[in-house]
Write a protein that binds this ligand. Structure first.
Ligand SMILES: Cc1cc2nc3c(=O)[nH]c(=O)nc-3n(C[C@H](O)[C@H](O)[C@H](O)COP(=O)(O)OP(=O)(O)OC[C@H]3O[C@@H](n4cnc5c(N)ncnc54)[C@H](O)[C@@H]3O)c2cc1C
Ligand code: FES
Length: 254
């Protein structure tokens, strides 16, 4: 990992709250793997003091893309960045997903959880069969639908809470059937914590190898501040920034 000042190439407003930022980040793009994240300095001043963590959505050297939702002060500041602005980023950080070959992989993405999933699809679809379950509150929140349709997927299952696009329901609704009907070997999921809590109940015992990408509050991103700890099943603690953000689903205490 290293911290460098890069250039914003584009900061595209996707809808009311979502932005896709393209950054010329040679070092990160060449050294990142699916699952890695970065810490972004969202302001040139000391307010806010702390960098903010973001997954890497896409990496094509010399560029990386971040896909972010405006939820508070830091992400609002990030949304104001313009083409050719300098941006200070630390990364790549965290662990990454293992390599897979000749596997049937089910990816499950809730909302902005699509970020590490999108990166993984790009990497894994060359040597594996990819099934994707992607869901959001409403059709207008499935912002990346067109990009996703262009990916090499075996099957795509869409869900919205209000039923405006795809099936009405949560991404977790039919997951067990999808696994059984398609003889899935591995699951990789990212989304809000309630999604994981439901998922673990549904698929813990179906025989798949299950990986998750976790989000927590993060102060430093590299193991110093202990703000990101999660309790494991055997009552130890793991730091999401250095031991994760990728974990085996079964290893976390839910
Ligand atoms: C490894 C990792 C990868 C992430 N990847 C992405 C991504 O690709 N795209 C994206 O939009 N967001 C991502 N996040 C979440 C993102 O870091 C937070 O939304 C952001 O830091 C909020 O900053 P803020 O100043 O705008 O919000 P704040 O004003 O700090 O907080 C606003 C709200 O967001 C919640 N929040 C703050 N930080 C986090 C956090 N780290 N995780 C979850 N909720 C938080 C707060 O509890 C509060 O409810 C990721 C987080 C982690 C840990
Ligand atoms: S964010 Fe500081 S230790 Fe993990």
């Amino acid at each position: 990992m290293k911290e460098e000042r890069y250039f914003v190439k584009e900061n595209k407003k996707i809808n009311e709250n979502y932005f896709l930022m393209k950054i010329k980040a040679e070092y990160i793009s060449k050294n990142s793997k699916p699952g890695n994240f970065v810490m972004v300095n969202v302001s040139e001043t000391f307010d806010p003091l702390l960098k903010r963590p973001f997954g890497i959505f896409k990496s094509e050297p010399p560029f990386i893309w971040l896909y972010f939702e405006v939820v508070g002060k830091g992400t609002k500041l990030l949304s104001n960045f313009k083409k050719n602005d300098k941006i200070s980023i630390l990364g790549p950080l965290g662990n990454s997903l293992p390599e897979f070959k000749n596997k049937k992989i089910l990816m499950i993405a809730g909302g902005r959880g699509i970020v590490p999933i999108f990166y993984s699809i790009n990497t894994y679809s060359q040597h594996n069969d990819i099934f994707l379950v992607y869901g959001a509150k409403s059709g207008k929140d499935l912002n990346l639908y067109e990009d996703i349709k262009s990916k090499k997927l075996k099957k795509l299952f869409l869900y919205t809470d209000d039923g405006s696009v795809g099936k009405k329901g949560f991404v977790t609704s039919d997951v067990k059937n999808i696994i059984n009907n398609n003889k899935v070997d591995i699951t990789i999921s990212c989304g809000p914590e309630p999604m994981f809590k439901t998922l673990v109940k549904k698929i813990e015992h179906v025989g798949t190898e299950n990986y998750i990408s976790m989000e927590t509050i993060m102060g430093c991103g590299f193991g110093i501040c202990h703000s990101c700890v999660k309790k494991t099943k055997n009552n130890n603690y793991k730091q999401v920034c250095t031991d994760g953000p990728i974990f085996k689903m079964e290893d976390i205490k839910w």
